[in-house]
Ligand binder design. Sequence first.
Ligand code: DMJ
Length: 455
Amino acid sequence: MLLRGLLLAVLLVPASAQDRSPYADSVRAQFLHAWNGYRTYAWGHDALRPLSRTPHDWYRASLLMTPVDAFDTMLLMGLKEEAAEAKQLVLRRLSFDVDVEVQAFEVVIRLLGGLLSAYEMDGDPRFLALAKDLGDRLMPIFNSPTGLPFRYVHLQTGAVRDSSNNPAEIGTLLLEFGMLSRHTQNPIYRQKARRAIDVLFSRRSSIDLVGTWIDVVSGEWKNTSSHVGGAIDSYYEYLLKGAILFGDTSLRRMYDVHVAAVNRYVADTVSGSLWYGRVNMHTGVRISRRYGALEAFMPGMLLLGGDVQRSKALQASGDRMWRLHGIEPEEMDYGTMTVTQPSYPLRPEIIESAFYLWRATGEPVYREMGERFYRDLVRFCRTDAGFAHLRNVVTKEKEDAMESFFFAETLKYLYLLFAEKNAFDLEGHVLNTEAHPYRKHETRNPKYETRPKHE
Ligand code: DMJ
């Protein structure tokens, strides 16, 4: 009788709700815990230092990194009051007319990226006005002889600096500048970012790999180490996502060219496990067997690109990396399975990959993996005022920092991994590298609009 009742209850629950794991509400509660810490001790600043309970700003003036990065996650989690409060803070206080030199890439993926998704989801044109103002102030980065962008720009004077740049910071502008063009009906932003990608692609080696550092004035490579980690990672990601978001088939061809070379030279199998290490971009000769928390985005990208088999194999390796010390290190040597960089700055990539795999395959192993990642993260990183980076995953010593991407990405991917599928229309969106979603098509979703629109 009891069994029949239970069965009936399950059958009566709509399919979408059956699909929701109880972990979804738990993640939402932890998001609130971290947000309340920011709200209490760092309101109006870029970020909270969760151990000292003090605010942190990247530059001389706050650019509200945390509220901008967190806003669309709040909307997805249905945190309407918090979203309205964050919106008010951003619209009242965020100004880019400040005497500050910024790192273009970080500001693009977090702020320009967050403002554009805020505009798409909430509909308030003031988000777009802020995005346009920021985009215009960033445009001088493209004024190099090659068209490859400089790394830093002063927001008031437009002065640019640092001719050394890397593929990730060069290539990871396209989604945001492309969306800015779409919403302002001005093609110039997209054209500049797209040209930078063409130039970078033309500088690939004869075996179709890129290096780590390139001079944007001369176009010469300064560091020829090729890998899929920090400084290269999201260049490949944006070739694929740019192709999907803008229907740009030539970007897909560029992605295929690079990924074939990456699979041929950078991929490495050790004791039956797949990894991606480091090789010379010209010869393909292996330099090291390093893999880490940033490389862990790769299974998600491979999956999105259609390579389910490699995606699964690499995620299994990433899981081994995580299990080594109960939480993943920034970098390890997969030849010896020893940690080479012991920090864990609350990174999302391995969770992001679990999310894509779960959505594509529906295999419970990926949700279970995510549950373990989540439990470990809460166990080792939670503090009274939020969540803290780990200085060392071996000793679990904490560090006084909580990056804004913890709100934008780590908690969003965890939530979406556990939430019912229709909590987020993955097929209808492309997520930027900071997990800010952009609609593939132009239609609006009234579900996320916060009212009143113009307070
Ligand atoms: C984020 O800012 C982005 O995901 C970026 O592409 C890589 N680093 C962090 C998260 O680890």
